[in-house]
Design a protein around this ligand. Structure first.
Ligand code: NAD
Ligand code: SER
Length: 331
């Protein structure tokens, strides 16, 4: 069971890559009826009727959020709704509105309704020019080159501001690129690290939109869920940082990722055709230092590249054999 001061949770962005898996985990911990999922879009057909409440909501609509928080007697918000880096470069004003206005709405309502806790992820996208690219420290210059990165720096500062000025318990972690087998990613720069596995199990050539030597920090979804829940449940008094914990587990280049797949599927074929996302990837660190998360709330990852590739290929191959590789695909 979870901590006693978290009783009823709202997860925004629940249909996304991370929210869709986090909701199931939180429902097991806190009880299905105590975790309200919410997104702009309705759940995928195969998830309809899955245990637990769901609300359609736009996080930029503060009134709608307030109504949901009151009606469901929510005390904790896990705020996953966002526009990611690649989509954010195509629609920068939308990214600002969803990522910053959406977060201010959640933080203002946390203050007004005296909520117990808010968790909002940040990203390695906060880093940019002038910071060390290897083992990037927790505290360093934050000069992102993308609108997404700008919104994430603003989000971290907003969380800290609401902690300092209003006593809101707001927390956040800088996720690396997240790799997962359930829900496809939604418009990020690190999406290639998921899509590559789908191409491999389908026996297709993979056109990789970053170069072979592009190395980024990455994490497998079970570690992402573990770290998110650990920070959510951490004792507030043990935290020196709040909205901006670096979180790391592994770093690999696109070429090393392909090599790990070839150990299981020797005929796997990849070509490198860098596009506009190469510049975004090049602006991010290759590895980050997460010692503050380890020290302050006991973070420790479980998966490395080899273990992740084994699990991804097992899961996707099984689904492919059953004719339901992609979510929403009829069985
Ligand atoms: P995603 O794009 O897969 O999902 C985001 C969800 O938010 C989508 O289901 C979308 O429908 C929803 N959404 C968009 N606009 C909305 C609005 N106005 N109102 C309500 N919902 C809206 O993203 P994700 O990968 O699940 O990311 C979750 C969080 O983690 C985000 O804050 C993201 O920045 C952060 N993050 C993700 C990664 C990653 O690799 N996935 C890495 C670093 C940080
Ligand atoms: N995976 C995310 C993206 O590529 C990083 O925040 O946008």
């Amino acid at each position: 069971m979870g901590t006693t001061d978290i009783k009823r949770i709202l997860v925004t962005g629940s249909e996304g890559q991370i929210g869709s898996e986090l909701v199931g985990d939180l429902r097991e911990r806190y009880g299905a009826d105590n975790v309200v999922a919410s997104d702009l879009r309705a759940p995928a057909a195969e998830e309809e009727g899955q245990a637990g409440p769901f609300e359609i909501a736009d996080v930029t609509d503060r009134q709608r959020l307030a109504e949901i928080l009151r009606r469901h007697r929510i005390d904790t918000v896990v705020h996953m709704a966002a526009i990611l880096s690649a989509k954010g470069e195509r629609e920068p004003a939308l990214a600002w509105n969803v990522n910053v206005t959406g977060l201010i709405n959640v933080l203002e309502l946390a203050r007004e309704l005296d909520l117990n806790r808010v968790l909002c992820p940040s990203s390695i996208a906060v880093f940019g020019a002038g910071c060390p690219s290897e083992n990037t420290p927790q505290e360093t210059v934050l000069l992102p080159s993308t609108m997404y990165g700008i919104t994430k720096v603003a989000g971290e500062l907003l969380c800290d501001y609401y902690v300092d000025h209003f006593g809101v318990d707001a927390r956040g972690l800088r996720y690396p690129g997240i790799v997962s087998a359930e829900t496809l990613p939604g418009g990020g720069t690190t999406d290639y690290a998921v899509e590559i596995y789908y191409a491999a199990v389908e026996g297709k050539q993979f056109r990789c939109y970053v170069g072979e030597d592009t190395r980024l920090p990455m994490m497998y979804m079970p570690d992402c869920i573990k770290g998110t829940v650990q920070l959510l449940e951490a004792d507030f008094d043990s935290l020196e940082h709040h909205g901006n914990f670096n979180l790391a587990s592994m770093s690999f280049s696109a070429g090393e990722l392909a090599e790990s797949i070839r150990r299981r599927i020797p005929e796997f074929d990849i070509v490198y055709e860098p596009d506009y996302r190469q510049a975004i990837a090049d602006s991010w660190p290759s590895s980050i230092d997460d010692s503050a998360a380890r020290r302050e709330w006991g973070w420790s990852p479980s998966y490395d590249l080899g273990a992740m590739t084994e699990d991804m290929l097992d899961r996707l191959s099984r689904r492919h054999a059953e004719g339901r590789l992609y979510k929403g695909q009829p069985a």
